[in-house]
Ligand binder design. Structure first.
Ligand code: RIB
Ligand code: CA
Length: 315
């Protein structure tokens, strides 16, 4: 029986690649794909979700959710890594922009329809999850599990010295989800940055005869240029695709139950994920954290998953 999931995304090239994998994996039933502001502003994230679904045309189209504009001033973005349009400046046309319900409503309605059966796979800031939980306080008990890409355990941040991007964009939302009474797993930079994709990965992509190959070959090159320009690296990370592997193959990850919280108002530490490691711990255990990964198995599975998606999607 395929596992029901909702993917909450801020596409974002690595979000888009994770969607490629999820939409064509027989182990998953993607009930909905909900947009959230992060790598790009809300409207662009919503447009990108529609673009990705149109380009990939999966056998079953998921419900789509619209990202609501951020209520925090001029939020951070990652356009320098993902392109001004968030999809590698591929400049896709969108056939038509549908009128969509808000992401928080799509999430809330889906959880109420299938209480206990749906996992929330969060690959962007946790704005929508926190909003849905605020909207309906019974929802945390209706989630199978929240799995989110974000935070750091011992690793440095990527948007500040101590904060990871998804947590940094909306710290109050991240704190609300980390403190919520539901089963949660955090896939931090400690793990997702251990899996690197060199230029060989581009060569291994399906060719242009497949819809998936054409799509990925349009969005990935920008990220390689960006990683070289901004980080001096000759490889890239696909944080969200790695996080999705935890859902598919959890045994490839080592996890530890921790007592966590999120800084929401530190001059230097906003968005940092913090852990009570004291011998006389005072914080309650509230979060499973991935601390190790079989990076070879994960990177091979991502290459294999893309090939399977290309075969399933066809031309
Ligand atoms: O820090 C990496 C995360 O931030 C990824 O989800 C990436 O897509 C951005 O959202
Ligand atoms: Ca993301």
């Amino acid at each position: 029986m395929a596992r029901k999931v909702i993917l909450d995304v801020d596409p974002g090239v690595d979000d888009a690649l994770a969607l490629c994998l999820a939409l064509f994996d027989p182990r998953l039933e993607v009930v909905a794909v909900t947009a959230v502001a992060g790598n790009v502003p809300a409207d662009q994230a919503t447009r990108n979700v529609q673009t990705i679904i149109e380009q990939l045309d999966p056998p079953r189209w998921p419900r789509l959710g619209r990202a609501l504009p951020s209520d925090v001033g001029e939020p951070a973005n990652a356009r320098h890594i993902h392109g001004a349009d968030g999809l590698g400046n591929a400049r896709f046309d969108v056939a038509e922009l549908h009128h969509l319900h808000s992401s928080e409503k799509v999430i809330a309605d889906a959880l109420r329809t299938d209480p206990g059966d749906i996992s929330l796979i969060c690959l962007g800031p946790l704005t929508n999850i926190a909003a849905a939980f605020r909207r309906d306080p019974a929802l945390p008990s209706m989630v199978d599990r929240v799995v989110f890409m974000g935070g750091t355990y011992l690793a440095p941040g990527n948007i500040t010295p101590v904060a990871e991007f998804n947590m940094y964009v909306d710290p109050p939302a991240a704190r609300a989800v980390v403190q919520s009474r539901t089963t949660k797993t955090m896939i931090p930079l400690d793990v997702t940055s251990k899996v690197s994709f060199t230029y060989d990965f581009l060569d291994q992509l399906p060719d242009d005869t497949s819809r998936v190959g054409r799509f990925l070959r349009r969005i990935l090159p920008f990220v390689y240029r960006a990683y070289r320009q901004h980080y001096g690296l000759e490889s890239i990370h696909l944080h969200d695709a790695v996080a999705l592997q935890y859902v598919l193959e959890p045994d490839w990850f080592l996890t530890e139950e921790m007592a966590a919280d999120v800084e929401v108002a530190g001059e230097l530490t906003t968005g940092a994920t913090l852990f009570d490691r004291r011998v006389n711990r005072q914080w309650r255990l509230n979060l499973e954290v991935a601390t190790r990964v079989d990076n070879a198995a994960v990177s091979q599975a991502i290459v294999r998953g893309i090939r399977q998606a290309a075969h399933a999607a066809g031309a």
